[in-house]
Design a protein around this ligand. Structure first.
Ligand code: PGA
Length: 253
């Protein structure tokens, strides 16, 4: 039985006050059956880490440099994220791929670097609307996934990996993949990983992301291969984020 994981991706939103309020509300009511992860913008990581001390809620970054510390102005190293209290980092979010030049090769290098620094990498994959319409969803997701599965020591990579399937056309658009559409891709991802390592594929958590809201979370999380969610807009309000966590907890009961 895979323990559900719900991650809140605040994207480039927030303030110190918002971080304090949201963190306090989430730690007070996060259901123990679910692994809950908060991913605030980098400047708030240390602040949120301090507020999370002693709670079971985990901290993640939204991105991680593929480089070791050194002369890379503007970048943040995995070792620094660990030092600030992160246990996880998102890698390859579609906004990074679309706007900041994160190619499949760079994303794979970021996963390797993050894991070498002791972080669990939450690898985001997903097709664009054009790719889906052209019937190329599996090709797109497979290419993104294979770049990471090709890293040396696939077993060790999978041990510190979570996959988040986020169809690009569903992110922030209010348009959600139907549970059936999402389940089909999740099952395909698991089967692809199983070709390398069946036991680790069975244990791998695959999150769904893309306009998850309190009113659609339960039906998504009820699907056999959906192990939780990566939540954007609905993670900015404690009520909606906690309602989504509760929907995930219900599947673990
Ligand atoms: P959304 O974002 O829930 O606002 O669609 C999800 C994400 O980008 O991680």
């Amino acid at each position: 039985m895979r323990r559900p994981l719900v991650a809140g991706n605040w994207k480039m939103n927030g303030s110190s006050a918002m971080a304090d309020d949201l963190t306090a509300a989430v730690t007070a009511a996060a259901p123990p059956a679910v692994e809950v992860l908060l991913c605030p913008p980098a400047p708030y990581l240390a602040r949120v880490a301090a507020a999370l001390a002693g709670s079971a809620v985990a901290l993640g970054a939204q991105d991680c440099s593929e480089h070791a510390p050194g002369a890379y102005t503007g970048e943040v190293a995995g070792a620094m994220l660990r030092d600030c209290g992160c246990s996880h980092t998102l890698v390859g979010h579609s906004e990074r791929r679309q706007f900041f030049g994160d190619t499949d090769a760079r994303v794979a290098a970021k996963v390797a670097r993050a894991q070498a620094d002791g972080l669990v990498a939450v690898l985001c994959v997903g097709e664009t609307l054009e790719e889906r319409r052209a019937g190329r969803t599996e090709e797109a997701v497979g290419r993104q996934l294979d770049a990471v599965l090709a890293l040396p020591d696939t077993g060790a990579v999978l041990d510190a990996l979570v996959v988040a399937y986020e169809p690009v056309w569903a992110i922030g658009t209010g348009e959600t993949a139907t549970p059936g559409q999402a389940q089909a891709v999740h099952a395909w991802i698991r089967a692809r990983v199983a070709e390398r390592d069946a036991a680790r594929a069975a244990a791998l958590r695959i999150l769904y992301g893309g306009s998850v809201k309190p009113d659609n979370a339960a039906e998504l999380f009820a699907m056999a291969d959906i192990d939780g969610g990566l939540i954007g807009g609905a993670a900015l309000k404690a009520d909606s984020f906690l309602a989504i966590c509760a929907a995930a907890a219900a599947t673990a009961a």
